[in-house]
Design a protein around this ligand. Sequence first.
Ligand SMILES: Nc1ncnc2c1ncn2[C@@H]1O[C@H](COP(=O)(O)OP(=O)(O)OP(=O)(O)O)[C@@H](O)[C@H]1O
Length: 326
Amino acid sequence: MAEQDERKQEMLHKQRAPEEGEHNPEPASTIGSETDEHSPLTEDVSEDVAPMMEEFMEQAAAQNEAAADDIPDVKNKPGSYISFEKVSKAFGDFVVLEDVSFCVNPGETLCILGRSGVGKSVSLQMLLGFLKPDRGMIRVAGEDICGFNERQLQTIRRKVTMVFQNGALFDSITVGENVAFPLRERGELGEEQIFQVVKGLLEMVGVAGMDNLLPSDLSTGMKRSVAIARALAAQPEAILYDEPTTMVDPLMGHLLGDLIERLKQQLHLTSIVVTHDMRFAKKLADRVVFLHQGKAHFFGTMEEMEQSDDEILKEFLTLDELVLPA
Ligand SMILES: Nc1ncnc2c1ncn2[C@@H]1O[C@H](COP(=O)(O)OP(=O)(O)OP(=O)(O)O)[C@@H](O)[C@H]1O
């Protein structure tokens, strides 16, 4: 334990005080600041790994654009990347979702809102095939996944990655090895390239130089940043975030929000964000779905939600204002 503390201090010190002549990655707090909202994702990446990272990011962006083009049209309109069509799910007699429909277009960010226990996480789990709906259809990348077997679901889980609240990192291996994991699985890069991508991704998400730490050495926010780096290493077409701002301080929440926004702008990543954090939803969401008593009570833009006369929506928004300090 003392050894780990020592290692963490050493890494943190390295981050603050680079050797003379060494590239000084920007501290996390300047990533995506208000004045430079959509600065390039690779802006904070060290010179030695920048060419590799630019190539990696360009490849990801091209792949996501191609994925969007591959989605079949529905009734002569571009199809959604993910859609729920009249989805119902119950556990025993307890109905969680009933005839719930919503969709996310390629490159769009959807926020799933609603009080505790309304089925937000259950929706994400169904989307990855960890739970099956009782009725209805769930389409991902143009395919109805409800009848998929485990092997087919693995293919979907490579296209759509989840960032869990706790990061779900492998505890017994280092941060760097966690991020390298999907790269090794894909088997396309050599060790030197993997090293460069891992370093670059960690710099990009604001946890530069933490490669050799264990997940247990990191704060909750850092774990989540590493989980995003690991998700990006897999070059997914979509990322699902389960409560990304829970248990992190407002600055870290802001940084995560900026990162998700830049991933959308520059990689055309499709995102679904489950959140209780209305400020976060306002910042990120192209559209929101509000779940209430088993139904998709509202599906539209944040602006439409705020202007709605619906009493349940008004109550939800008012309660949020009361709970959150200005
Ligand atoms: N595997 C399961 N078996 C039985 N019940 C479950 C299971 N998973 C979820 N539930 C129940 O389904 C309901 C919805 O759960 P879910 O985790 O989706 O809520 P949520 O909207 O994400 O809530 P929160 O905001 O508190 O995380 C809850 O009552 C939960 O207890």
